[in-house]
Design a protein around this ligand. Structure first.
Ligand SMILES: Cc1cc2nc3c(=O)[nH]c(=O)nc-3n(C[C@H](O)[C@H](O)[C@H](O)COP(=O)(O)OP(=O)(O)OC[C@H]3O[C@@H](n4cnc5c(N)ncnc54)[C@H](O)[C@@H]3O)c2cc1C
Ligand code: SF4
Length: 504
């Protein structure tokens, strides 16, 4: 007999390791271990979600006839690591070896490879592009732009294709998906499910020092519930998803977003099935093309592309720091007071829900970290810890590449930076802020306005030749010299206060 390892983000009945295993003889191993629960200080909701979903999945395997060895976190014999548990169960059962599906993180891939047990590693087939698909696509290209990869994925899956042409004549309807915040949201957010109380008690006892609220817990914890959430959103959220995809509203954390990334990444939902159901809603006339194309692009485009980059670039990717940013992560990211309402809003809902939507991650917390020159490794660890959907294969390229431009432009052709204007246009945050978004200098000047020019000025050598940024430098250069000096002096003073730990 062999052991069959199922990790906490591999909760799919069609996992390659389960497909290859022998139900009669093999023993499935699942383990809640302190090493995985604490290599970053994960949000308590993320830990609770993972353990609850693991326990339910283990039960569903038993119901289907599998033998499952499940180690709970507080099991006295728990060795504390995945490899420790495999070695322990192998000795107890005289196992001939271990079958497992490749993990989504270099750290664990290496740990398992170093384990003194005979192993059979299988590819993770729950993605649309295999490693070799991505490598073949990337081969010989000067730039790895997501848009071209996405078109290949459209052709490969047949999603939104009209023969060999894109549905509606265009590949990408992003242009229609940038409406500012609506006055009211007529979607009541995700379905709310009941937690497993034993796990709630365990996480409350063991992880209460971690940043984040455990209560109220509302996540789906099995695939039936996750599918119910998807159906609910397709009916009520999808039609306006595209229009308001980039919008942000005070005290409205969810808007028209699907809230399925946790379920997709843990294996409770299948990405292709999700996209096919969303496409069916379009063909049934229930949702417009801009919403459906925009959503499908996020999944078969961005999600697959990020994974491709993570595996293509190798384990050193997370240590990249192309812009030489060294500032410590300010305490406001862990909930310390800040006068910047946009940052306070994004952090508050992150603390409450282990969730923030894409534009909050990219254009508020990410944008601020980039403008302020924060060490990308610290930013990466923060995102990995605080979001329930954060696994390194998807989080690291989004943070190191897309958000912090620390990979020197593998993912983004220019840094995602903006002054306060963008946040003002896309949200209603500025109206309740202690700073004034209209002020470019002065006591109440929006810090994003000051830091935007500070960033461009300090990275002039790196970016002034970038064709997509020439305009920004022309505006800066046309500014009165005295005003430029004032902006830079005030930005420096503001950063000094930030470094001193003042509530800026
Ligand atoms: C700095 C930063 C860090 C991020 N970290 C993560 C992360 O750790 N895990 C994660 O799953 N996503 C991450 N994202 C992408 C995106 O923010 C989340 O996938 C999304 O907010 C999840 O919420 P949702 O399910 O409501 O998504 P929706 O807005 O409804 O989008 C639908 C789905 O598209 C996929 N998707 C959308 N954008 C991306 C993207 N850029 N990369 C990969 N998948 C995408 C997700 O699976 C998501 O569920 C990050 C983005 C940024 C800018
Ligand atoms: S004024 Fe500036 S800091 Fe305040 S909410 Fe607007 S963008 Fe954020």
């Amino acid at each position: 007999m062999r052991l069959v390892l199922v990790l906490g983000d591999q909760l799919s009945a069609d996992l390659s390791a389960l497909q290859k295993a022998d139900q009669e003889n093999d023993l499935v191993v699942m383990a809640e271990v302190v090493a995985e629960a604490s290599y970053v200080p994960h949000h308590p909701k993320k830990i609770a979600f993972t353990f609850m979903a693991m326990r339910k999945f283990a039960q569903s395997l038993r119901d289907a006839g599998w033998r499952v060895a499940y180690t709970a976190l507080d099991d006295p014999e728990n060795t504390g690591s995945i490899t420790g548990e495999l070695i322990r169960y192998a000795a107890q059962n005289d196992a001939a070896g271990v079958v497992y599906t490749e993990p989504g993180e270099w750290r664990l891939i290496q740990e398992l490879a170093d384990m003194p047990l005979r192993s059979h590693v299988l590819p993770d087939t729950r993605f649309i592009a295999s490693h070799s698909d991505f490598e073949n696509w990337a081969e010989g290209r000067k730039q790895l732009r997501m848009e071209y990869f996405y078109r290949e994925m459209r052709r490969k899956t047949g999603l939104l294709m009209d023969g060999d042409k894109p549905e509606g004549g265009k590949w990408n309807y992003d242009h229609d998906n940038r409406k500012p915040a609506p006055d009211q949201v007529d979607f009541d957010g995700p379905l709310r499910f009941s937690p497993d109380n034993a796990v709630m008690d365990l996480v409350a006892e063991r992880f209460s020092d971690n940043f984040g609220d455990l209560q109220p817990f509302w996540f789906a914890i099995d695939s039936d519930q996750a599918n119910a959430q998807l159906d609910h959103w397709i009916d009520a959220g999808l039609p306006k998803f595209g229009d308001f995809q980039d919008a942000m509203l005070q005290d409205q954390p969810f808007l028209y977003h699907s809230l399925i990334s946790f379920y997709l990444n843990a294996g409770l939902l299948d990405p292709l099935d999700v996209c096919q159901r969303v496409e069916a809603a379009y063909h049934a006339g229930k949702a417009p093309l801009n919403a459906v194309e925009g959503f499908i692009r996020q999944i078969i485009g961005w999600r697959e592309y990020m994974r491709g980059i993570y595996f293509l670039e190798g384990p050193a990717y997370t240590a990249r720091n192309g812009l030489g940013h060294e500032r410590a992560l300010p305490d406001m990211y862990w909930g310390a007071p800040t006068r910047m309402n946009c940052v306070a809003q994004a952090v508050k809902q992150t603390k409450e829900h282990a969730y923030a939507h894409h534009i909050q991650r990219l254009m508020v917390t990410g944008n601020f970290a980039l403008l302020a020159g924060i060490d990308p490794a610290a930013v990466h660890k923060w995102y990995l810890a605080v979001y329930a959907d954060a696994y390194e294969w998807v989080e690291a390229p989004n943070v190191i590449g897309m958000s912090q431009f620390a990979d020197d432009g593998i993912i983004a052709s220019k840094p995602y930076i903006s002054s306060g204007n963008y946040i003002h246009k896309m949200s209603n945050y500025c109206g309740s802020c202690a700073y004034r978004v209209q002020d470019k200098t002065g006591e109440k000047a929006c810090p994003f306005n000051l830091l935007y020019w500070h960033f461009l000025d300090r990275h002039r050598d790196r970016f002034s030749g970038n064709p997509r940024m020439g305009n920004m430098y022309r505006v800066w250069d046309r500014m009165d010299a005295e005003k430029r000096t004032t902006v830079l002096t005030e930005a420096e003073a503001w950063l000094t206060k930030l470094d001193q730990g003042d509530a800026v």
